[in-house]
Ligand binder design. Sequence first.
Ligand SMILES: [Zn+2]
Length: 48
Amino acid sequence: MKRMRKCPSCGAYTMGETHCGVKTKPAHPPPYNINDRYAKYRRAEKGI
Ligand SMILES: [Zn+2]
């Protein structure tokens, strides 16, 4: 199975080694605790 790669320049997912003339990076899965930063905002609103 080929791994997806991501272009650091435009953010597109690709199978290619290069995109937009730059080397692509292995695509990482999104952070599992992506809601955490919203929780921080909520805490900031409350002033805690
Ligand atoms: Zn690109």
